[in-house]
Ligand binder design. Structure first.
Ligand SMILES: NC(=O)c1ccc[n+]([C@@H]2O[C@H](COP(=O)([O-])OP(=O)(O)OC[C@H]3O[C@@H](n4cnc5c(N)ncnc54)[C@H](OP(=O)(O)O)[C@@H]3O)[C@@H](O)[C@H]2O)c1
Length: 267
């Protein structure tokens, strides 16, 4: 990573108290950035504060639920009042859903869209107004590798991330003239509580996956992608090559996935 890229930058991040969000928060603080960490839970925010006590000067906590529009609006008001400025918004909060399409519970699907799509949309909406006023800013949406190569059992979840990815791709074009960049990360599997917290059916032990990274490695690679100004960030070479393969040979890619998941059919 470039030595001083993050020094004194202010980053607002949702879902900062666990998994990938926590790993990103930690690295940013170590790099000298100020972090505005968002979570729905007062308790997990306190836990984060205790864990990162040596960085307390640069760590700001906001209790907010991204599915609540006024919480998102209020977040930017707090940032404006307390910090005056910010450089980046990372839409990381998210929830999984594992279920075949026919059996998806509509209530679960709405919950997933409320968090993964509408939550990120509200944050983008208020973030854009905020960044326009200061004349610059970067918005990073944590999507999923599944957007680029959908796989069985995660259609509902992936659809919410695909909607977010498309929203971001169009926003990027609208906002270039305002000095605002919009990027998306498409991580593959990461070892976090994501599967435990997911709605729908439990993930099988022998889940099919292309790769699985630690949150620290995924976080590092995402931050490196942001530094490089990439518009699509992948967290492993294997993932990137499989996306390329899918673009070039969509039918063949589908056959590979179908075969790999055939084993999981009864889980
Ligand atoms: N793990 C993977 O394999 C994987 C792969 C691709 C993409 N991703 C994406 O990576 C992101 C991070 O996931 P993770 O793996 O770190 O999972 P995680 O450990 O379950 O973390 C999810 C985070 O989202 C927050 N969150 C959920 N609903 C929220 C809401 N309504 N408002 C505010 N925060 C909310 C949670 O915080 P609170 O509960 O404290 O509010 C939690 O910190 C997600 O967007 C996920 O879709 C994960």
């Amino acid at each position: 990573m470039k030595a001083n890229f993050w020094l004194n930058k202010t980053v607002i991040i949702t879902g900062a108290t666990s998994g990938l969000g926590k790993a990103i928060t930690k690295i940013l603080l170590e790099k000298g950035a100020k972090v505005v960490a968002i979570s729905r839970s007062e308790e997990s925010l306190k836990g984060l504060k205790n864990e990162l006590v040596s960085f307390s000067e640069n760590l700001f906590l906001i209790k907010a639920d991204v599915t609540v529009k006024k919480d998102c609006k209020n977040t930017f008001k707090i940032v404006k009042d307390k910090l005056k400025t910010a450089d980046l918004l990372i839409n990381n909060a998210g929830v999984g859903l594992r279920c075949e399409v026919e059996e998806i519970d509509e209530i679960d699907l709405r919950k997933v869209f409320d968090t993964n799509f509408f939550g990120a949309f509200y944050m983008m909406k208020y973030g854009i107004s905020f960044f326009k006023k200061i004349g610059k800013g970067t918005i990073v949406n944590i999507c999923s590798l599944g957007v680029k190569r959908p796989v069985p059992f995660t259609a509902g979840y992936t659809a919410s991330k695909a909607a977010l990815s498309t929203l971001a791709d169009a926003a990027r074009l609208e906002l270039k003239k305002d000095g605002i960049s919009v990027l998306c990360a498409y991580p593959g599997s990461i070892s976090t509580d994501f599967r435990k917290n997911a709605l729908g059916k439990p993930y099988p032990e022998n889940e099919v996956r292309l790769s699985r990274l630690s949150p620290e490695i995924a976080a590092k690679r995402i931050l490196r992608g942001i530094e490089k100004g990439k518009i699509e960030i992948y967290t492993s070479k294997k993932d990137y090559l499989f996306v390329l393969f899918t673009r070039l040979f969509p039918k063949l890619s589908e056959r590979v996935v179908e075969k790999a998941f055939a084993k999981n059919r009864n889980n």
